[in-house]
Design a protein. Sequence first.
Length: 334
Amino acid sequence: MAPLRTALTDALGLDVPIVQAPIGSATCPALAAAVADAGGLGMVAVTWRDRAQTRAVLADTKHRTDGVVGVNIVADSNAKEIPTETHVEVCLDEGVRVFSFSFGEATPYVEQIHARGGTVIQTVGSAAAATSAVDAGVDMLVAQGREAGGHVQSDVGTLPLVPRIVDAVPETPVIAAGGIADGRGIAAVLTLGAAGAWLGTRFLATEEANVHRLYRRRVVEADETDTVYSTVFDEGWPGVPHRVIENRTVSEWARADRPERQRPGAGDVVAETADGEPIRRYEDSLAVPGTTGDVAQLPLYAGQSVGLTEEVQPADALVATLAAEARTALGDVH
C-alpha cells in the first residue's frame, strides 16, 4: 500500500498521520503505547498529575514502546498540581519531545522546549489564533472544530476551519480535530490541506482506553444526534464549553431551561471514585474503571463522531484500520 507521508509524519518520524487525542483521564500508558507502536502519535494527558504521578506515567509509557509519545498540558487551568513550566521540565527530563498545549498559549514555554530539541503543538480555533501561535514560534497546530468531544475551543466546524487555518499558516503543519472517526474523515482533512488527523472519541472505544465499561458502551451505541454542546458540567472548570453524550443529568437541566444556578439535583452525590471520594452531579469527573454508583449521570465526553464509532477494537488494530481506510479513500479520490 502507498505510504501516508505528510509534513507531520516526516517531522515526528511517524508511519501514519494519526494522533490519539489526549482524552483526559482516559489516556494511559497502554493506550498511548499501542498507538505509538502502530506508527501513530500516542498522547498522554498530564495536566492534573503531580510530579511523581507524571514521572510514573511517562516511565510506564516509555517502558512499553519505542514509538513516539507526546504529552498534553492545559495551559490556562488553575487546577493544576504544579506550574506549567515545572510540568514541562519534568516531562523533558523524562524524555518527552512532543508537547501539545490547549486552552491557553504555548508561547511562554516555546523557548524552554526548543532548547531541549522538542516540538510545540498548540490547539487553536481560528485563523487569527493560528497566526499568533506561529508568530510566537509554535511548530504545529491542532485545528479543533466544534464537532469535537470533551472541552471545545472553537465555534467553527472542522470543515471550514481546517482550510482557513491551512491558508493562514501555509508553512506550518496543521492537524485536524473534531468529527473524525474513520479513514474517510482522515482522507477528507488531508485533502483539505491538513498534515494529520487528531481522533479522541474513536479511541475511547478501544480496549486500552481508561474508561468505565458503561461509558465505552454509550460511545459505541450513541448516534451522531445524541451529543450536547453546553457548559453544564463546569464544576471544576467553570464556563468552558464541552460536548457530552446526553444523559439524565443533561436532559433534566435542559428541561429546567438550562439554569446557570440552582440546577436540578445540584450537590447530589451520584457516584464515587475508586478511592471512595464522592462525585457530585455536574462535576467535571470522568467515568473511569473503579468508579461506582450511577456512572451514567457523569459527563460522558464524546464528539459527534460517536455515530461512526460502532465497535471496540485494540488500539493498534484501530490505527491499522484507519490507515487502510484512508489510503482507500484517497485512492478513490485521486
